[in-house]
Each structure stands twice: as structure tokens, then as C-alpha cells.
Ligand binder design. Sequence first.
Ligand SMILES: [Ca+2]
Ligand SMILES: [Ca+2]
Ligand SMILES: [Ca+2]
Length: 199
Amino acid sequence: MDHNTPGVPNAYPQVGPVVISEIMYNPDWPYGGSYVNDQYEYVELHNAGGSEVALYDFDENEPWKLVDGIDFTFVGVSPVTIPAGGYLVVAKNPEAFAWRYPNVPGELVLGPYDGKLSDGGEKVELARPGDVDEFGERQYIRVDRVAYSDGSHPGDTPGELDLWPVAADGAGSSLARINMTLYGNDPNNWTAETPSPAQ
Ligand SMILES: [Ca+2]
Ligand SMILES: [Ca+2]
Ligand SMILES: [Ca+2]
């Protein structure tokens, strides 16, 4: 939360500066590609802040992670960082990604991650390390989380609609976050757009 507000409704959730900015969960099949379509999945992160952010906790000596639907740990030769205004891509299969998006500099692409992004929708969470609990297990603190859907899975409430854009479901578009500094777990802040990894 942004700040403590005892006795009144919670403040607007704290957002960023690093957010999940684009989700390619169901890529279309590329002409001439040598992989099945889910190998072209990716998640893009964006640093909407004014200074570089390390995806690493120097107090805990532990890297940040992507968790829930997919699993990825931000390990590198040195701590992974995103410059102010910069982007980073985590690809399901970096070789497949490099073939499909040859203009994206390789140093901006990490991966592979474990698991696959569901074609129906699921949660993707960016998390940073917290304390180790009494069982010796490290706890993780949510930085950003998106429970996306494909536009065809309304909930169980009668009359409920699935407001997520259907065009990102295998038709060539990806889910793109509209406002980087507004809450991400809200279909109103996402649209289906031409893929724009690392930009
Ligand atoms: Ca998928
Ligand atoms: Ca689907
Ligand atoms: Ca993008």
C-alpha cells in the first residue's frame, strides 16, 4: 500500500516503478517458424521511474523473481538492472524470441522461464525477496501482479463480463499495459496491441 491509513479504506495500491508492461501469452504461429507457438511467449517489464532499479535485494543477497503462472529468477553475471525508462524481456525461449524479434538487443532478453502462460488467463507476479520465516522459507513481497484473462472467461457471478481484450488471444497481438503508473491488475489498464517487446 502507498501509506498507512488506519480506520479508512486502503490507499491506492503502490505501483512501480518496475511493472509488468506487456504479456504475450498466446502468440500466433509465425510463418516459417521452427517452434510451436507457445515458445514465442514473453513478458516485458518496464521501469517507469527516474532511476535505475536492480532486480536484486542487496540486503538479502537474493534476486527478484517472476512467480505464479511462470517461474523465473533474475540471475545474471551481475545483478540484473533496468535503467530509468528502460525495458526488459523475459522470453519463454530466447532463441525462438531472437528469431521472431531480431531487432531486440539480446542483452535486453532473459529466459527461458519455467512453465507456460495459459492461453485462457492466469496470474503473473513480479516479486522481491522478503524475510526468511520460522520454517527457513524465504517469503516474497509482491511488486506487481496481473491476473490476465483472454476475454472469454467471465467469473461465476451472473451477468459478469470478461473485459480483457480478446485480440491478444492468439490473433497476433499482445496485452499491453496502457498506463504504467496505474494499478496493473485491472483490465481497463490493458489493451491488445501489435507486439512491442523492449519498447
Ligand atoms: Ca501460452
Ligand atoms: Ca484462449
Ligand atoms: Ca512493449
